[in-house]
Design a protein around this ligand. Structure first.
Ligand code: FAD
Ligand code: SIN
Length: 515
């Protein structure tokens, strides 16, 4: 049995930044199911939004966020995040993260869709990698932080594991830690904690085409839901308009929106600049609008992609600002100075997730959540570009501020039993891979950018069967990360479909042709 003051599930920006602060107050264990730096954070290109200088203001940032969220943001939370952004970014820089600056030393700001001003701090086109590496260096140097890589969090421990009946309506559910699978040995360990931060990221992998790495399987949301935490806004799945079109590649390579901010224009296969027909902000309209416009163009023409025309961007600018994208283009024999880049929308970000309050508290006592697995009220029905790294940073700090004050009042639960393996037989990979393939097809074909009543109903029927089959296998088989991930992804699919069926209006990222 392992014991700690703070258990952090996930080593992306939310988890690492929480750990660095919490470690000043107690022992921290970070668990992560892959290598230390593998996360959505690592792949962030565009950057992190904050209003730094005239003519931009915090108020403009607030208004852009509210407009993008299509009436469903919590304005109090939006104001909190924007106001705290300055202090948090200073802290991030103090931990070693660098952002590009102009010759005069000012931040070199980029512009992305939905932003009325240039306000995105970035490090070339690999901002996330820069942040992730710097934070990992700090974390590894901290004597109070232990990082357990290749450990898979299976379930949160609550009263349920002490033999008590726990329902969604049960008041006072408490979190005592988590059962974690040591992937290398196959052994399940009990990890008791006084405070637990869920920071396990998003779930893009439930779709066939996604910019998210393979770790993004919604485990944090699914296990919190199983533990009876409140989850909402699951219907709001953000599709990034411009993932590089390359069939069969998982994950899809992102072409940052900052390229459109630098002058890139979307064109259909006939070469037409079609976005002005859909929105006066054209290629820089919010993502929901641009992704739907692209999808409509593709449906009209029967094409599988549209083009991003970057020929108007100076060669020097491209090389300096977008080196990763330039290298990818070269690999595919595309010269962006002359050739158009084929792009198509791909699942990118989950606005929904575990419900938290302004302190990052979930509906389960001693369980906090931050980052992409949480829904704080910032994004509403659609996230403004580059607001998610910011949300992860601000809310991990909110959670830290609140939880460290509770620490002395919380004692490790003594009577938690060890994991009960039961009599289990080895599983068959083919059943897992096939079920996953089916789930991705269902979600992509029926629960994508455009939905309909019939598609959603069909998706619900099909996933029910997958659910039943998988639960049976889960009970019978030896525990592996693959069966746990499949189970979690089916759970996420179910939650998205259920929320999409329940929403009878079109808002932000949810669009049902029958509404
Ligand atoms: P993550 O960084 O995804 O970290 C999750 C962690 O949890 C990982 O370490 C993972 O291994 C671990 N984990 C998951 N499940 C388990 C489990 N069962 N057991 C143990 N560990 C587990 N946002 C912006 O604001 N600006 C951008 O420019 C931007 N660009 C992006 C580009 C790409 C290609 C992608 C995919 C996303 C981008 N985003 C961007 C979104 C942003 O990167 C994420 O929302 C943010 O990084 C999420 O951080 P996080 O800490 O919540 O989760
Ligand atoms: C991008 O660089 O286009 C992604 C930014 C984001 O998802 O916020």
């Amino acid at each position: 049995m392992l014991k700690t003051d703070f258990l952090v599930i996930g080593s992306g920006l939310a988890g690492l930044s929480f750990a660095l602060n919490a470690a000043e107050y107690g022992k921290v264990i970070i668990i992560t199911k892959a290598a230390e730096e593998e996360s959505n954070t690592k792949y962030a290109q565009g950057g992190i939004a904050t209003a730094t200088s005239f003519p931009d203001t915090d108020e403009k940032h607030v208004q852009d966020t509210l407009i993008c969220g299509d009436g469903l943001c919590n304005e109090k939370i939006v104001r909190l995040v924007v106001e705290k952004s300055h202090e948090r970014i200073k802290e991030l820089i103090s931990w070693g993260a660098e952002f590009d600056r102009t010759a005069s030393g000012e931040f070199d700001l980029a512009r992305e869709g939905g932003h009325s001003e240039k306000r995105v701090l970035h490090y070339k086109d690999f901002t996330g990698l820069e942040i992730e590496r710097k934070l990992i260096t700090k974390v590894n140097a901290h004597p109070n932080i232990e990082v357990l890589t290749h450990y898979f969090a299976i379930d949160l421990i609550t009263q349920h594991h002490l033999g008590k009946e726990v329902k969604r309506s049960t008041p006072g559910i408490e979190c005592y830690g988590a059962y974690i699978l040591d992937i290398k040995t196959g052994k399940v360990k009990t990890l008791l904690s006084r405070i637990t931060l869920m920071a396990a990221g998003g779930a893009g992998q439930v779709y066939k085409n996604t910019t998210n790495p393979v770790i993004a399987t919604g485990d944090g949301i699914a296990m919190s839901y199983r533990a009876m935490a409140k989850v909402n806004n699951m219907e709001f799945v953000q599709f990034h308009p411009t993932a590089l079109f390359k069939p069969g590649v998982n994950p899809s390579f992102l072409i940052t929106e900052a390229i459109r901010g630098a002058g890139g224009i979307l064109r259909n296969k006939a070469g037409k600049d079609f976005m002005p027909e859909y929105d006066k902000r054209a290629s820089l309209a919010p993502r929901d609008i641009v992704a739907r416009a692209i999808d409509s163009e593709m449906k009209k023409s029967g094409d599988e992609f549209v083009y991003l025309d970057c020929t108007g961007i100076l060669k020097k600018t491209f090389k300096e600002h977008f080196p990763t994208i330039l290298a990818k283009c070269k690999e595919m024999s595309i010269n962006p100075a002359k050739d158009y880049i084929p792009v198509a929308p791909a699942a990118h970000y989950f606005c929904g997730g575990i419900v938290t309050d302004e302190h990052g508290r979930t509906s389960i006592t001693n369980l906090y959540a931050a980052g992409e697995c949480a829904t704080t009220g910032l994004h509403g029905a659609n996230r403004l570009a580059s607001n998610s790294l910011l949300e992860a940073l601000v809310f991990s700090n909110q959670a830290f501020q609140h939880s460290c004050k509770q620490l002395d009042k919380i004692h490790l639960k003594k009577e938690v039993p060890e994991w009960e393996p039961g009599r289990k037989v080895p599983g068959e990979m083919v059943l897992i891979t096939q079920s996953l393939k089916e789930l991705k097809e269902i979600m992509t074909n029926y629960v994508g950018i455009f939905r309909s009543d019939m598609r959603l109903q069909r998706a619900q029927n099909r996933t029910r069967l997958l659910y039943e089959e998988t639960e049976e296998l889960y009970q019978k088989w030896v525990l592996t990360p693959q069966i746990c991930e499949l189970r979690n992804m089916i759970n996420i699919g179910y939650l998205i479909i259920k929320a999409a069926i329940a929403r009878s209006e079109n808002r932000g990222l949810h669009f049902n042709v029958d509404n």
